[in-house]
Design a protein around this ligand. Structure first.
Ligand code: DP6
Length: 387
């Protein structure tokens, strides 16, 4: 007989950093070596959805991610997060185990910050289940799951203050999604495969072998965080884009300086960097801001009025196949570009040696900034969530 059963579901979005987190000062607490800053994207296009059921009929705490059961033994990261939240909430869980089912609507571990959305969502639903609802507190808990997850507890632009202990290392919202409504992001999904070296392994390698990291953390990042914060508050895309691209470049420079080197970008990523740089110089100002995480996929921040034009350029330079079939665009609808402008840009790209690379981008996601996690009514349908 079922005496107790409760289910809660939430959705949380991916965030894409413009000032990158890379390196930890404390592995266990996931305290970062430097502050970082990101945009939280629209959950309509890139999100994790997590349902948690509690019942006295469950024998143990269990977790399934995208249909596959995950390790929830003592010492695993999700179990640690669960135990931590229970202990803060002073919950006696002996007779109330949880079953957790989580899905992403985008590729996991492809350098698309899937763990950020996943752990933000997990911390958020667990917190709501056990009565911890303050987003700042939840950001600290999500951080224990995956560092960058702390930033997904807020929408819009978010600053992760590195702090020096569990309490001081937390995310703070700089501006909500409505502050800069024209801001858009286009994700170029280049490779759905799982990446070679995980972020945690990569970070450790960089912080122990790269001689550039100290300068980055002590000198470069604090200055960039200040400057990009004011660029965001003043809606100055030119400055925002320059700092974003420079920080992505520097992050990949310290990856290359690691030993053995971490090579997250591929030929397609580099062609996208070239394409964006040529377009920016053609316009005489930054209209595109590329950034790459620990994988080859590009995220390009841009303003609304350039979206249609840019999608058509990507479709021209990265057709789905040699037969010229069109590159798929997921996410928001988009309109027709100005053909004359497209032709001029294409000519200039060709003149500057940007190659057409058929089949190298799998699809685009046309998206925008979004909100922090939300509880939703619609629970995931899964036999494992039944009492
Ligand atoms: C390149 O947050 O995935 O995306 O804390 O070890 O789980 P762990 O790492 P994770 O690292 C993300 C690194 C990054 C940059 C960023 O998002 O700031």
């Amino acid at each position: 007989m079922v005496l107790y059963y409760k289910i809660l579901t939430a959705r949380a979005s991916v965030n894409i950093a413009v000032i990158k987190y890379w390196g930890k000062s404390d592995e266990r607490l996931k305290l970062p070596l430097n502050d970082s800053l990101s945009g939280t994207l629209d959950s309509a296009d890139l999100c994790a959805t997590t349902s948690i059921a509690v019942s006295d009929t469950y024998q143990s705490d269990r977790l399934w991610l995208n249909g596959f059961e995950q390790d929830m033994s003592d010492g695993s990261t999700p179990k640690m997060l669960l135990d931590q939240i229970r202990s803060i909430a002073k919950v006696n869980h002996d007779n109330h185990k949880v079953h957790i089912v989580s899905h992403n609507n985008f590729p996991t571990a492809a350098g698309l910050a899937s763990s950020a959305a996943g752990y933000a969502c997990l911390a958020f639903v667990l917190g709501h289940l056990y009565g911890i609802e303050d987003p700042t507190e939840l950001s600290k808990l999500a951080r224990r799951g995956s560092g960058s997850a702390c930033r997904s507890l807020f929408g819009g632009f978010v600053h992760w203050q590195k702090g020096h202990d569990h309490d001081s290392s937390k995310a703070v919202q700089i501006a909500d999604r409505n502050h800069w409504p024209q801001m858009r992001a286009i994700i170029c999904v280049i490779n759905d495969e799982t990446k070679d070296v995980s972020s945690s392994v990569g970070m450790l390698r960089t912080s122990t072998t790269s001689s550039f990291v100290e300068h980055r953390c002590k000198v470069v990042v604090p200055d960039r965080v200040d400057r990009i914060t004011s660029a965001i508050l003043e809606r100055d895309f030119e400055r925002f884009a320059q700092i974003t691209m420079q920080d992505s470049n520097q992050f990949h420079a310290i990856c290359l300086d690691s030993y053995p080197p971490l090579l997250y970008l591929n030929d397609t990523s580099r062609e996208i960097i070239k394409l964006c740089s040529v377009i920016n110089s053609l316009f005489g100002k930054n209209v595109l801001a590329y950034t790459f995480d620990a994988g080859p996929n590009a995220c390009i921040y841009l303003l609304e009025d350039f979206v249609d034009q840019f999608i058509s350029i990507l479709q021209d330079f990265f057709p789905a196949s040699n037969q010229g079939s069109s590159l798929e665009v997921k996410g928001r609808p988009f309109g027709k570009p100005d053909e004359f402008v497209s032709k001029n840009i294409a000519d200039s790209l060709a003149l500057n040696g940007v190659r057409r690379m058929a089949g190298s981008i799998r699809y685009l996601i046309n998206t925008a900034l979004g909100e922090g996690p939300q509880l939703i009514e619609q629970h995931i349908e899964d036999a494992n969530l039944q009492p």
